[in-house]
Write a protein that binds this ligand. Structure first.
Ligand code: ATR
Length: 279
């Protein structure tokens, strides 16, 4: 079987996904290709999806700005994609397009790989900063992984409300302002920065100050370019452990690849190689 894979989004010319999936194909000795399908409008998305239905595409990733827009074109949605309301991976299953979301699973996998102890206590206290699509996927992933104390800090309170409601009765979530979160940072075992603040080159803006951070807190940022954001640098200076954003990028891709091919890739040094490529 020759795997026809790809990525739909805009703009995607700098995406790392082709590099990652070509590595996965090579490591698992599978023939195939991963192409970029850059679509500048939703009209083009509709037209492209019609075409794709008639060629043997095995699956594709979906990124900004189409993670929600793609949903009406799919035949089925898996439970996580439905809860999150966004799709980043589409798999062709017996002629049907099925939408998945591997962002949350990718995030928790990266956390388990680097800091497994956080999952030993269901009541580990997590602060999620931001309430966009990325925060929603990560919240769902953390709840699925069994964590029950996940607070959300966001500039706009109302955007955090539907995320806090994603958990069942066991999950306790308080919604905070960024200022409140700043003052209560010492309370948390894990802090996850999910906004795009800090993403521009040489951007020194901090979403919030880490002055009140405990030394044994894990600080994570999902921004991976720059590889070490000002937020992570400040956390390091405070003596905290950090988790870089490229780790989530790596694992969400790995799970997408597994959905398409059922292969468990031996990843070994690949995550480190990705970091070097991004640096
Ligand atoms: P994504 O889907 O990538 O998560 P998004 O849906 O645009 O992107 O969400 C961006 C997040 O970054 C939101 O939490 C947003 O806060 P608001 O909900 O208040 O808009 C946050 N964000 C972006 N720029 C920000 C800034 N300058 N200060 C504080 N928060 C910011």
């Amino acid at each position: 079987m020759y795997y026809q894979l790809g990525l739909i989004g805009y703009p995607i010319e700098h995406s790392m996904s082709p590099w990652l999936h070509r590595q996965f194909l090579q490591k698992s000795d599978l023939p195939g290709e991963y192409s970029l399908i850059e679509l500048a409008s939703e009209q083009l998305l509709a037209e492209k999806l019609q075409q794709i239905k008639h060629v043997p595409f095995d699956g594709f990733n979906v990124t900004v700005p189409y993670k929600q827009e793609i949903i009406p074109y799919l035949d089925q949605l898996d439970a996580h994609a439905r809860a999150v309301g966004a799709v980043n991976t589409v798999v062709q299953e017996n002629g049907q397009w099925v939408g998945y979301n591997t962002d949350g699973l990718g995030y928790t996998a990266s956390l388990k790989q680097h800091y497994p102890a956080i999952f030993q206590k269901q009541t580990s206290r997590v602060l999620l900063i931001g309430a966009g699509g990325a925060a929603r996927g990560i919240f769902d992933g953390l709840v699925t992984a069994g964590l029950t104390r996940i607070d959300i800090a966001n500039r706009t309170h109302s955007r955090a409300e539907p995320i806090a409601e994603l958990g069942d009765d066991n999950v306790h979530s308080v919604i905070l302002t960024l200022q409140e979160a700043e003052q209560q940072l010492h309370y948390y075992d894990l802090i996850i920065q999910t906004t795009n603040v800090g993403m521009k080159p040489n951007d020194k803006t901090l979403i919030l100050s880490l002055d009140n951070l405990r030394e044994d807190t894990i600080v994570s940022d999902i921004v991976y370019q720059p590889i070490e954001t000002a937020f992570l640098r400040q956390a390091k200076q405070k003596g905290a452990a950090i988790l870089h954003g490229h780790t989530m990028l790596f694992y969400q891709a790995l799970y997408a690849f597994e959905l398409w091919t059922s292969e468990k890739v031996k990843t070994e040094t690949m995550e480190q190689t990705l970091k070097t490529v991004l640096e």
